[in-house]
Ligand binder design. Sequence first.
Ligand code: ATP
Ligand code: MG
Length: 368
Amino acid sequence: MFGFLKGRKKSLIGLDIGSNVVKCLRLETGGARPVVTHFAMVPLVPEAIVDGEIMDRELVIQAIRECAELAHIPKEPVASAVSGRAVIVKKIVMDKMSQTDAREAIFWEAEQHVPFDIDDISLAFQVLREDVGANQMEVLLVAAKKDMILSHADLIRDAGFRPAVIDVASFASQNAWEFCSRAAAAGHAGDPEDTPATAAGEFVALLDVGGGVTNVNIIRDGVPYFTRDLPIGTVRFTEEFQKQLGLTYEQAQAATQGRLAGLDEKAITELVRTVGAEIYHGLEPSLSYLRAAGEAEGIDRIVISGGGAKLPGLRDYLAGCYEVKAEIADPLGALDWSPEVFGDSDPADLSPLLSVSVGLALRKAVEA
Ligand SMILES: Nc1ncnc2c1ncn2[C@@H]1O[C@H](COP(=O)(O)OP(=O)(O)OP(=O)(O)O)[C@@H](O)[C@H]1O
Ligand SMILES: [Mg+2]
């Protein structure tokens, strides 16, 4: 904005409080490509966060502190995300009006669409289509319970950081994927800001297969058409490997992460298909709706992120179910990093797990 700020670095910390693994990642933007300057992740015990809800606040705060210490991350503003039942995303149709009037009217509209008391929610909205006929417009409504947002912000403060952005986890993954796709499409010559992430009208199913939950976000032209959380993640797969194939916990974890040396690969991929069918069936209602509404024949592409992206055969299984291309998200693909940042870990191996944290750190950065 001001000449004297030109070339100054901007930065933001993305903090992904996953139910299995807490990740923090600091990005510096302002150069040709964003640079990861700090990163760490620490595991969280299963009791700390259950079904997206924080059960043991102290354990979570401790994990965030530990993660920040490991990464030697500076005490700068943090972007983090909420998800789960207390967040509602809905596409609605309302009378056409200016942005300012809509800001007021959205509360009345929300009352009809959100099953919480209107005084108890925080609202955000985005006009998707200015004109859908009959003097109406289409709007994306995002509602979250106020007490959840406040307690999430308090949690970040109690861990020693200033909460600058509170996002929705599946929107953060979308942000990371779109950023990478635009950068790839623009190549070295173009400006990623001006390059669309997808072909016009293409439906993309973004699936973040985490430890406990799979966040589904079906997008078209940058707009989330459907978001849904399916109660299945890597933990379920690990349990099934133990139960059905008689593996030890360590072997089952290795199988979940795609390290199959010495294990029965065929039996494992077969079981991934059986358990993965729950993801397929969980997606079906959204897709039937799209078909019934005449919006689309089906999805055109699947992108898998989260720890579950490494489940052997999951990508091929889902690609086969829909007869479309399925890819593994690589949010580090459009970033650079300082050589010491990932230590002994292989960045390519970690990349799918970092969709949410990268998407968060790419939110409007602040001056460093
Ligand atoms: N390199 C890795 N390090 C740790 N876990 C890994 C790795 N690769 C795969 N995994 C698997 O991924 C899981 C964690 O995935 P992810 O980080 O996406 O979950 P989460 O964000 O903590 O969970 P949720 O999104 O459901 O709250 C682990 O439980 C493990 O099974
Ligand atoms: Mg996650």
